[in-house]
Design a protein around this ligand. Structure first.
Ligand SMILES: Cc1cc2nc3c(=O)[nH]c(=O)nc-3n(C[C@H](O)[C@H](O)[C@H](O)COP(=O)(O)O)c2cc1C
Length: 186
């Protein structure tokens, strides 16, 4: 069974986007699309970037954990909030730590906001950073507008049918890339 790492990137007090991470974990497991693991950057507490991991003489446990998590994932699903049109510093802090670990890594991006546009302005900058690292970006969007109205605290969507339909076609692009990647490695 393939494993999908879900990065929950908001570290904000009172954050709401982890609801979307929980939803995807449950959905992936219920639909047997793979094993899903939530990597919560707030729990991780990664120190602020000083240099890439490959040049660190004494990497911390948290840094090594980031390496292990990304290296061992068959695919990565990033849940990012939109902050002033960009993605949060916590996510940039983590992405820049690694280099080869991102190479040909299938990645899908779900964007979250409390506003009406579902964080759609954040996607291009995040896609571009990951493209620079040679990740394989799934050509699909999953914008979540008004997150508090769409998902409850336990990650249950209010309009289950519509959200699950969208999630299925979004994840299909990620799992396709994961399957294609596995075939290329054979
Ligand atoms: C610093 C900051 C900037 C924000 N900028 C935007 C924005 O540009 N567009 C938007 O729709 N929401 C914006 N929001 C609201 C977030 O979309 C909202 O907090 C949402 O719940 C997702 O982030 P969270 O997981 O941290 O809660 C911003 C929130 C913060 C804290």
């Amino acid at each position: 069974m393939k494993n999908i790492l879900i990065i929950s990137s908001s570290v904000r007090t009172g954050r709401k986007s982890p609801r979307v991470a929980t939803f995807f974990k449950n959905f992936i497991e219920d639909k047997k699309l793979g094993a899903a693991d939530i990597f919560d950057l707030a729990e991780l507490g990664l120190p602020l970037f000083t240099e890439r991991l490959r040049y660190q003489e004494n990497p911390t446990e948290e840094m090594l954990l980031v390496h292990d998590k990304i290296s061992s994932a068959d695919g990565v699903l990033i849940i990012t909030p939109e902050y002033n049109g960009g993605y949060p510093a916590s996510l940039k802090n983590m992405i820049d730590l690694l280099t080869d670990e991102w190479y040909h890594k299938p990645v899908a991006i779900a964007t979250v906001s409390s506003g009406a546009f579902g964080g759609s302005q954040v996607i291009t900058s995040l896609q571009f950073s990951l493209w620079k690292l040679h990740a394989l970006i799934a050509p699909a969007m999953f914008p979540v507008p008004k997150v508090e109205d769409m998902f409850d605290e336990s990650g249950q969507p209010k309009d289950k049918e519509a959200v699950e339909k969208r999630a299925a076609s979004f994840l299909k692009e990620l799992t396709w890339l994961m399957d294609a990647n596995a075939k290329m490695k054979q």
